[in-house]
Design a binder for this molecule. Structure first.
Ligand code: APR
Ligand code: PHB
Length: 389
């Protein structure tokens, strides 16, 4: 079999890239190791930058996003009972849209399948060959038979645990990592969100986040020891911890209910350089991971897709390799800024196990400065709504 672009991974990165390429007549095949149902069953953050919304519109996949996405013109940052609102619209003229990643993935799958897009599920043993030559190919197995696809390019959209990143030789690849000494215990509950806007809470008990999926579905998180298991947390223990960490007026009106999903996510910052090796390009979580504090995971995957899609279009339509040659440089320039913002916001809002009294005063001083300085709020707002591509 032969195609122009093999895309390893059928998550948001791979699906969005495939759909954008398709609309320009560039053929691709997605190889996904899980089933469609498994991919769609993932519960992930859904705060979308306008750049992502524009890409979904360019991909012809924004109908439901425009109808059901909830515009957010600001967010709340609390320090115990003190609440600061960061006014995105006043400070940047922009906003974000709350729309679950599960919905994004559903919309992208629907578009690919409507277009008869090549997606192979439940593949195994994907291996990338000759990526450093002009005749790369990918081998894999499905239903017990070995298969091969010859191609022009390979997009490694297979996430942090995929094979693409490791295809780049150790002597070429550099990795940068910071693992945080805590996790996020998250639940979904069929209850009305406690606030119309997200609440990022710094408290002496630890970090908490109040988010949502829609007016009837809330998403809450509390910082927890990385050694905890979700099963160790009863719903009651979760709600008690949340109430202790959010402002009293929010705790008083919090509507609780049974958790319909409960899980713990580790927090790490991670970047691979370069994001290109010959005919192989890394996109999204395959190349970088951020702590979820700044909601940058999906949005940084989107800017990678933008740079790669633009470069591949330039190659095929204008016979110009400038875009793909500068892909890694351009993508990493924005990736590192998203890493910095996510690292900074995580450090500002969480309680670290070895945190000294001085460290706590530094957090308090930074939050106090933020509350009183419009320039500081503008810097936070510009990073949160999304830096330009
Ligand atoms: N072969 C084929 N598919 C693979 C392989 C492999 N060896 N390894 C992983 N995959 C698939 C996974 O099953 C998954 O569906 O690649 C896909 C990668 O998707 P994501 O991990 O969602 O990564 P990405 O598409 O870059 O999206 C980034 O997802 O994880 C969140 O926070 C992250 O919001 C961000 C977004
Ligand atoms: C979520 O709704 O899951 C969410 C929102 C904002 C974040 C992280 C997660 O920063």
């Amino acid at each position: 079999m032969r195609t122009q672009v093999v895309i390893v991974g059928g998550g948001p990165s791979g699906l969005l890239l495939s759909q954008l390429l398709h609309l320009r007549g560039i053929e691709s095949v997605i190889l996904e190791r899980q089933t469609r149902a498994h991919v769609l069953g993932r519960i992930r953050a859904g705060v979308l930058e306008q750049g992502f919304v524009r890409l979904m519109a360019e991909a012809g996949c924004d109908r439901r996003l425009q109808a059901e996405g909830i515009p957010h013109h600001g967010t709340l940052i609390s320090q115990d009972d003190t609440v600061l609102r960061i006014d995105f619209s006043a400070l940047t003229g922009s906003s974000v849209v709350v729309y679950g990643q599960t919905e994004v993935t559903q919309d992208l799958y629907a578009a690919r399948e409507a277009a008869g897009g090549g997606i192979e599920f439940s593949v195994e043993d994907v291996a990338i060959h000759d990526a450093d030559r002009d005749t790369p190919f990918v081998t894999y197995s499905r239903d017990g038979s070995e298969r091969r696809i010859d191609c022009d390019f390979i997009a490694g959209c297979d996430g942090f645990h995929g094979v693409s990143r490791k295809t780049i030789p150790d002597k070429v690849r550099r990795e940068f990592e910071k693992v945080y000494p805590f996790g996020w215990l998250g639940i979904l509950s069929e209850t009305p969100p406690v606030s119309d806007e997200l609440i990022y809470a710094n408290s002496s008990h630890g970090f908490a986040l109040c988010s949502m999926r829609n007016p009837r579905l809330s998403r809450y998180y509390v910082q927890c020891p990385i050694t905890d298991n979700a099963a160790d947390w009863s719903d009651e223990a979760f709600w008690t911890a949340l109430r202790q960490r959010i402002p009293a007026e929010a705790a008083a009106r919090l509507e609780t209910g049974p958790s319909i999903e409960k899980s713990i996510a580790p927090l790490r910052s991670f970047v691979t350089e370069p994001m290109r090796w010959g005919r192989l390009f890394l996109c999204g979580d395959a190349a970088h991971i951020v702590p979820p504090t700044g909601a940058k995971g999906l949005n940084t995957a989107a800017s990678d897709v933008h740079y790669l899609y633009t470069g591949l279009r330039q190659f095929y339509e204008e016979n110009d390799a400038e875009g793909i040659d500068r892909y890694s440089e351009r993508a990493l320039a924005r990736v590192w800024k998203a890493e910095r913002f996510s690292w900074w916001l995580t450090g500002l809002l969480h309680r670290f196990p070895d945190q000294s009294e001085f460290d706590t005063r530094m957090q308090r001083a930074e939050l106090d400065f933020l509350a009183g300085n419009e320039a500081a709020q503008k810097v936070l707002a510009e990073n949160y709504v999304g830096l330009p591509y």
